[in-house]
Write a protein that binds this ligand. Structure first.
Ligand SMILES: CCCCCCCCCCCCCCCCCCCCCC(=O)SCCNC(=O)CCNC(=O)[C@H](O)C(C)(C)COP(=O)(O)OP(=O)(O)OC[C@H]1O[C@@H](n2cnc3c(N)ncnc32)[C@H](O)[C@@H]1OP(=O)(O)O
Ligand SMILES: Cc1cc2nc3c(=O)[nH]c(=O)nc-3n(C[C@H](O)[C@H](O)[C@H](O)COP(=O)(O)OP(=O)(O)OC[C@H]3O[C@@H](n4cnc5c(N)ncnc54)[C@H](O)[C@@H]3O)c2cc1C
Length: 664
């Protein structure tokens, strides 16, 4: 009797049963689109140049063999994952000048995704936080000195702030930096176990320097948390005497990153290693405070803005995968017939499936659009601060970046999970990319400011505005002008086709305003009988709700405004429906707020629900083309389910074949 064929032979036999070329269903979807894909892509990426740069970077990476993966990364253990990421990082950095990637918001994340994938790695913190810290906090005269080494990659750094005992509450960090005027040095020390730094990325094995946040003591006085440039390892990469450092072990995701711990034992650094752009310690120990108490937190604000863009792209990619898969899922396995005898349908035709996919697709657009102009706002604010110590815009930028960070990372993580579920069993496989995507995105809910803590920062800002409005003398930031508008008693929203953008904005603003003032009134009432902080705590659930609603209103307004700038009529029509779907879905999800006090009548609420169903049907024929408008290549997507050609099944077989369990 003949021996059983090998697993590899069996795979090939199955593969040959499946057709080559693009999946016909996905081709049909593309042919049925109501708009021109190129025009839409130019709108999504703002201009043709950005689109071309995406293509250039893709072709560059694809043509360089050092970016190839000999073994699929899903089948590597942690050591191998770290090795792979490090090898890729080196290639990525070596080629940086050749491909001329300088733009941190669009090009750098793309270049990184194409070379390494969705991973935080040994260089993430160097580029993501260490360099921004240097840029934001180093005096001009020094930026070309020792700090230039960081920019030129002569040193590799991380951002060491969080401790075992404290992460959110920076004022209670325990690591100390005590100035010794006799030697003109700071003594960095870890006085307790809970003061040990814990979490910094790239710290465990890779970084030889860190920007360390420590409580400054000078002339016997405590001056609060400040940043210091600290060398951790010598030229042979061994920890320096007085420094204990290591890896904190595997995590939910991002395991190619060596997040680490760090303990100091009376470790001395020169005085000039304090980041002294805003606050200073003179040689004799005299302390010069910064022009604004929170300027020391500036790097975090910048990175929150970077994260928003980065995270939104994850949701866009997840929507692309789920929509393409839903278009091809029926050729081999059928899920049921809608009209008996008329043949089975693509799962994309189920209204429930559309309800899972399309609001997530809609959600992925406004935040990515937004960030482009936030980027310029942040540059503007930084310039104002640098030029003439103008701090006026800082609270607004802090509130906005904190709020967007909290709302978007949460929506992205929830959205990815919803999209994963929409792909059934295959969504659970790592081949789909969803598990890695989720693990990457959900980390963003915690790092760079835990989301609830961030929402409460927005709430502080809103309560301050509410107080000013009530006092009759408001000095309002642009993002808060609507809070001073007169109350509105009834909603204007009607059918999705007839209601205007102004109606939608009116209703969102009115509901948010009401929520803000209701919370403000509750807070001030409680403050009469409680200590301020107790009253704040008692109100904090409402405070978070008001903050969320404020951010969502901001996103709705900006999505609608951005759609109005679309020059191509066909693209604008589809995008406008998508923007309305986004707004209506938020109303439907936050129905309680809108119906409170009869603001939105039951009839209007039913209109909103019906509107959603109709918009799902209207967008359905364009959904694959809309997914394509993200212009994400297969290399960037890294998903078997989301392949552009729709040939999911042979690709799944091919992927499984690489499992080490199938090698013998
Ligand atoms: C080109 C290259 C190519 C190569 C490729 C390279 C690719 C590169 C591309 C990369 C892609 C991107 C991905 C990024 C990856 C990065 C990964 C990151 C990893 C994660 C890092 C981390 O995870 S790192 C640790 C972060 N850890 C926090 O994030 C702590 C949160 N905790 C707080 O941030 C404070 O603790 C908290 C709550 C504010 C209270 O601070 P507190 O207690 O001192 O203050 P209070 O609450 O008392 O507030 C007192 C008043 O200060 C006001 N205020 C407070 N902060 C302010 C501020 N910043 N600006 C202005 N105002 C501020 C406030 O609004 C009040 O104002 P008012 O009095 O007027 O109301
Ligand atoms: C993947 C990853 C990478 C990271 N990388 C770095 C890094 O490179 N460098 C670095 O320094 N750190 C890093 N961190 C740490 C990260 O910044 C902190 O975990 C984060 O700031 C939250 O702090 P915490 O862990 O102390 O949480 P906690 O503050 O202890 O939060 C725990 C709970 O308490 C609640 N809570 C806390 N304070 C309040 C409050 N005032 N009011 C109401 N509720 C509150 C929170 O909402 C949360 O539910 C990383 C973390 C992760 C997960």
């Amino acid at each position: 009797m003949e021996r059983d064929s090998s697993p590899s032979d069996q795979f090939h036999r199955y593969k040959n049963l499946i057709q080559n070329g693009d999946n016909p269903d996905i081709t049909k979807e593309r042919q049925g689109a109501s708009f021109n894909l190129y025009n839409m892509q130019c709108f999504v990426y703002e201009n043709d140049h950005k689109l071309q740069r995406r293509q250039e970077i893709l072709e560059f990476v694809e043509s360089h063999r050092e970016f190839d993966d000999p073994v699929h990364p899903h089948f590597l253990n942690r050591d191998e994952q770290i090795d792979r990421a490090t090898r890729k990082c080196l290639a990525m950095v070596d080629n940086l000048d050749a491909i001329d990637v300088t733009d941190y918001f669009d090009e750098a994340p793309l270049y990184q995704l194409l070379t390494i994938g969705r991973e935080l790695h040994c260089l993430s913190l160097h580029y993501g936080m260490f360099l921004p810290t240097i840029q934001v906090h180093t005096e001009k005269s020094l930026i070309l000195g020792p700090f230039q080494m960081a920019a030129s990659k002569a040193i590799l750094g991380t951002f060491a702030q969080t401790e075992l005992g404290h992460g959110s509450n920076l004022s209670k960090l325990e690591t100390t930096a005590t100035y010794d005027a006799t030697t003109k040095e700071f003594v960095i020390h870890t006085p307790t176990m809970s003061a040990g730094k814990w979490w910094p990325g790239g710290l465990g094995k890779s970084a030889n320097y860190a920007a360390v946040m420590a409580q400054l003591y000078t002339s016997g006085e405590s001056k609060g948390p400040h940043l210091f440039m600290v060398q951790l390892r010598d030229n042979a990469h061994a920890p320096l005497p007085g420094v204990t450092v290591g890896d904190i072990g595997p995590k939910l995701g991002n395991n190619a990153n060596d997040n680490g711990f760090l303990i100091f034992d009376h470790y001395r650094i020169p005085r000039r290693n304090m980041f002294m752009k805003y606050s200073k310690v003179e040689a004799d120990g005299t302390y010069i405070p910064p022009p604004h108490a929170k300027l020391g937190f500036g790097a975090m604000v910048l990175v929150r803005l970077l994260m928003i863009r980065d995270q939104t792209c994850q949701l866009g990619a997840a929507a692309v995968i789920a929509i393409r898969y839903s278009a091809v899922r029926h050729s081999a396995v059928r899920q049921g017939e809608i009209n008996e005898g008329e043949g089975e349908v693509q799962i994309l035709d189920y209204r429930t499936q559309q309800y899972r996919l399309l609001p997530q697709l809609a959600r992925s657009f406004p935040s990515s659009q937004r960030m482009r102009s936030r980027n310029s706002t942040s540059k503007y604010v930084t310039k104002q601060i640098n030029n003439n110590a103008n701090m006026e815009l800082l609270p607004e930028l802090h509130a906005l970046s904190s709020g967007l960070k909290a709302v978007i990372t949460w929506e992205v993580a929830q959205g990815i999970e919803q999209l994963r579920l929409s792909c059934g069993g295959h969504g659970y496989s790592r081949a789909s990319a969803f598990p890695d995507m989720y693990a990457y995105a959900v980390g963003g809910c915690t790092y760079e400011g835990e989301n609830i803590v961030m929402l409460l920062q927005v709430a502080r800002f809103l309560m301050m505005i509410a107080k000013e409005v009530r006092s009759g003398n408001p000095k309002l930031a642009e993002i808060a002008e609507y809070i001073a508008k007169p109350d509105a008693v009834t909603a204007r929203i009607s059918s999705w086709k007839t209601c205007s953008d102004e109606d939608i904005i009116h209703d969102f603003e009115a509901v948010t305003r009401k929520l803000i003032f209701a919370t403000f009134d509750r807070l001030t009432t409680l403050e009469r009988t409680m200590k301020k902080k107790e009253a704040w705590n008692a109100c904090s659930i409402d405070l978070c709700k008001a903050a969320r609603m404020h951010v969502k209103t901001y996103l709705v307004k900006n999505f609608l405004a951005r759609v109005r700038t679309c020059e191509d009529p066909a693209s604008r029509t589809v995008m406008h429906t998508l923007a309305k779907l986004y707004a209506f879905d938020l109303i439907s999800g936050g129905g309680g707020h809108f119906m409170k006090g009869g603001f939105l009548s039951e009839k209007q609420f039913n209109e909103v629900q019906l509107g959603i169903y109709e918009m799902l049907a209207a967008i359905r024929p364009d959904s694959v083309a809309l997914a394509d408008s993200w212009a994400i290549s297969d290399l960037e997507l890294r998903s078997v389910l989301g392949r552009r050609d729709g040939n999911v099944y042979p690709a799944l077989l091919e992927w499984a074949q690489q499992s080490p369990l199938n090698q013998n």
